[in-house]
Design a protein around this ligand. Structure first.
Ligand SMILES: [Zn+2]
Length: 53
């Protein structure tokens, strides 16, 4: 699964790690994150993330 980077602060969402602090289990693809999920560091919306090649 692809990692996604926050274009505002550089936070990397890694599907293998998830975002447990915000209720996102490890193994959750970026596309499967809830629409109201935001960057845990800066609060940016999903649309502010880009795939990491
Ligand atoms: Zn961010």
């Amino acid at each position: 699964m692809k990692k996604y980077e926050c274009t505002l602060c550089g936070y990397i969402y890694d599907p293998e790690v998830g975002d447990e602090d915000n209720g996102v289990k490890a193994g959750t693809a970026f596309a499967d994150l809830p629409e109201d999920w935001v960057c845990p560091l800066c609060g940016a919306e999903k649309s502010d993330f880009e795939p990491v090649e």
